[in-house]
Design a binder for this molecule. Structure first.
Ligand SMILES: Nc1ncnc2c1ncn2[C@@H]1O[C@H](COP(=O)(O)OP(=O)(O)O)[C@@H](O)[C@H]1O
Ligand SMILES: [Mg+2]
Length: 300
């Protein structure tokens, strides 16, 4: 029997599995993922074992491969998370995606590297902190009326701010964290953001995510709505070009989030290689594809 560990965290785990009972607002996505993977994995003779990534090392004994699943609190303790992946790998358990990939993907400065490698990225300025003067400069440089200020290490739009040029913060304002500043791209509210799910380097499915009326964040926590999407050849090529720009071979899974820029083509917003939600509802074949790619990795 081949057992695949699916890492979760105390706020995504259901109570019987060791959760704390007070689950995150988007923990239903954990349930949708495991419900999609379990039967498909069983068909491929793989057993899925859901486990808190913070469980003691011994609890991982016997796992043949680990996927990072819904370890959605890793940003609070990135060093411990990376250390755990390293320890699991040191025990000879393949972790997907690997410590190397996670280390590269944990800080959004990877977008700078993708840009250097020719990927279409959203124009971005990088700061160890952000001041009012930096915002004024960025408004001038990007020639826009709204800026998005994001954490370099972050997820789920947490800690992110949208700043209007007529409502600048005061002269003594500081963002307080290492940040990235981008022009606000109006396409987010119009057509939304696109996600391309790649399994083993091949497109599994794509979807479109739109924010709730009056919001610009597409995450389900803020009322964002997803629908399956059939990308054009051009759009698929734009997403595939991001995978091709990685400084390593295509990982087991990747979610490429893209947004349309002023040139009308898709630009990468994020390449999610750590613990992305993979939208099984928009890609009913996800479980089969993942099982197949895992068997290939294990050479079974
Ligand atoms: N430049 C931008 N223009 C418009 N909307 C943006 C921009 N950057 C981020 N957003 C919105 O904020 C959300 C979160 O930003 P993102 O870069 O995906 O960070 P994360 O998902 O890691 O928090 C996006 O899904 C999108 O809805
Ligand atoms: Mg995102």
């Amino acid at each position: 029997m081949t057992t695949i560990g699916f890492l979760a965290c105390e706020t995504t785990l259901p109570l019987p599995w060791g959760g704390i009972g007070d689950r995150r607002g988007d923990a239903f996505e954990h349930d949708l993922m495991t419900a999609a993977l379990e039967p498909a994995f069983a068909q491929a003779n793989l057993t899925l074992k859901v486990i808190d990534w913070e469980a003691p090392l011994d609890h991982f004994a016997g796992l043949d491969l680990i996927i990072l699943g819904t370890a959605w609190n890793y940003q609070d303790k990135p060093d411990a998370f990376l250390a755990k992946i390293g320890e699991l790998e040191a025990r000879g358990i393949p972790v997907c995606n690997s410590a190397e990939v996670v280390r590269w993907n944990i800080n959004k400065t990877y977008l700078r590297e993708l840009a250097k490698r020719g990927a279409a990225t959203i124009p971005t300025r990088w700061f160890s902190n952000v001041s009012q003067a930096d915002l004024i400069d960025a408004f001038a440089a990007f020639d826009c009326d709204r800026l998005v200020v994001k954490l370099q290490v972050g997820a789920g739009a947490l800690g992110q701010v949208l700043i209007h040029s007529e409502a600048l913060p005061g002269a003594d304002w500081r963002f307080g964290h290492a940040a990235m500043v981008q022009p606000f791209l109006p396409a987010i509210a119009e057509e939304g953001e696109f996600s391309f799910i790649f399994i083993g380097g091949e497109l599994s499915h794509a979807l479109r995510k739109r924010p709730a009326k009056g919001d610009y964040r597409i995450q389900s926590l803020y009322g964002g709505i997803e629908s399956a999407y059939d990308p054009t050849t051009e759009e698929l090529a734009a997403a595939s070009a991001i995978i091709a720009a990685f400084p390593f071979a295509a990982p087991l899974y990747a979610r490429i989030d893209m947004l349309r820029g002023s040139s009308n083509s898709l630009m990468v917003m994020e390449a999610e290689l750590i613990e992305p939600y993979l939208y099984p509802e928009q890609g009913p074949q996800l479980g089969d594809r993942l099982a197949c790619a895992i068997l290939k990795r294990l050479e079974l």
